[in-house]
Design a protein around this ligand. Structure first.
Ligand code: 7TS
Length: 410
């Protein structure tokens, strides 16, 4: 059993007062805090090893290259990819999905083809597919979400009928950033694979919170961001199955991704270099490797239990508040709760909670179509990570009672 109290001490940013109260950081779905070991890895790299990768034959460049490629191997192991070459570093989930949509899409989609998405997708797993659909003449189709009781869970009973021969790719989120729903990723991928449909998973909300095994899941692509898993901003990656990556054209052109360049044409390097034009974000990739070590040091089964337990506890404690509408399932869920009150706007709740030192997020959470479907303009979201505690949920509930009382009286 991890020592959660000690883990909290690993995160320097948590130990501060906000508006005269101890900080209660419940905005982890937007970005997590970083442990000292990740911050130190980054500064140590800049202090000792900093040099551009791949291009130099001097000591620092070789050290930097080894560390960068070591980070790739570490990330591959973190998600059980078959080889480091199946990991492409990007700026994060958004860039990963744009890369796959543009590169895979331009080589594989034609008019009449269908891209299947779900109604719970973050704009990052929606707009890039709209863009490639416009370019190729492919069409978008959506697996619907359900209404009452499970509020926003997928209507899985409709999936088989929607996976028609025109569907070439099925993209869905592993965990919803708005409802906390955990989708049965392996089951969804198996259904798609049986019909030779390529699968892409948005892992932004799952990667830092639960064990992820891309081969057990059986997906073709899996995208994620470092800053949502205790690493730093500006770095993320995606997994792509080797055979698919080998058949994809580059996304961007430039240095590092070519094997030969002439004035009028060029040849590409194999993956992963083919998709990493220009100087890659090697320092942050190395910090991402350190975050993988850190999270595995705690144990991702333990993290999943911890974050899920807190989210369920919050769901239970919040459910007694007058007029509250809670999204997502009652039982098993990812590490967040999302809720709305008829009378108080989510932005007001977030602003008032900040007075009590609590960091929440309010709004549409880049899920506008889902909000419209559920008849909401936005929700307030509390999202948890390894350092959050049951006591912090009590602080949240007390603060919400104060806010509701204020608005009831105004
Ligand atoms: N997909 C999901 C499910 C997300 O929750 C997010 C970010 C992204 C993709 C995009 O990740 P990025 O790192 O490329 O920006 N979600 C949120 C959020 O819920 N609040 O702020 C960012």
């Amino acid at each position: 059993m991890p020592d959660w109290k000690k883990i909290r001490d690993d995160f320097p940013a948590l130990h501060q007062q906000v508006n005269g109260h101890p900080l209660v950081y419940l905005d982890n779905a937007a970005t997590t805090q970083r442990p000292r070991v990740v911050i130190d890895t980054l500064s140590r790299f800049y202090e000792r090893d900093n040099a551009n990768v791949h291009r130099g034959l001097h000591a620092l460049s070789m050290r930097a290259t080894d560390a960068y490629e070591g980070a790739r191997a570490r990330v591959a192991k973190f998600i059980n990819a078959a080889a480091p070459e199946e990991i492409i570093f990007t700026r994060g989930t958004t860039e990963s999905i744009n890369l796959v949509a543009s590169s895979w899409g331009s080589a594989n989609l034609k008019p009449g083809d269908v891209i299947l998405l779900t109604e719970m997708e973050h704009h990052s797993n929606l707009v890039p597919w709209q863009l490639i659909a416009q370019r190729t003449g492919a069409k978008l189709r959506y697996l619907p979400v359900l209404g009452a009781n499970v509020e926003g869970g997928l209507d899985l009973a409709q999936l088989d009928a929607l996976l028609t021969p025109e569907v070439k790719l099925f993209a869905f989120t592993h965990v919803s950033n708005t409802t906390g729903t955990i989708n049965p990723a392996a089951e969804l991928c198996a259904k798609a694979r049986a019909k030779k449909i390529v699968t892409m998973i948005d892992g932004a909300q799952s990667i830092g919170h639960m064990p992820v095994d891309v081969r057990a899941i059986g997906c073709d692509f899996y995208a994620f961001s470092g800053h949502k898993m205790a690493a730093v901003t500006g770095i993320g990656a995606f997994y792509g199955r080797q055979a698919l990556l080998d058949a994809m054209p580059p996304y961007q052109g430039g240095g590092g991704m070519i094997s030969n360049v002439d004035f009028f044409e060029s040849r590409w390097k194999p993956t992963p270099e083919r998709f990493e034009a220009g100087t890659p974000n090697f320092a942050d990739a190395i910090a991402l490797g350190a975050a993988c070590d850190y999270l595995d040091g705690i144990g991702r089964d333990e993290i999943a239990r911890h974050d899920g337990d807190l989210a369920r506890l919050a769901y239970e404690k919040l459910s007694v508040l007058p007029g509250i509408r809670l999204l997502g399932p009652k039982g098993e869920r990812g590490g967040l709760v999302s809720f709305a009150f008829q009378e108080v706007h989510a932005h007001d709740i977030v602003t008032f909670a900040d007075e009590d030192g609590i960091a929440l997020r309010g709004g549409h959470h880049c899920n506008q179509p889902l909000m419209k479907k559920l008849g909401l303009t936005g929700t307030t979201r509390a999202s948890f990570y390894v350092y959050n505690t049951a006591e912090e949920i009590d602080v949240l509930v007390t603060s919400l009672r104060r806010i509701l009382k204020f608005f009831a009286g105004s």
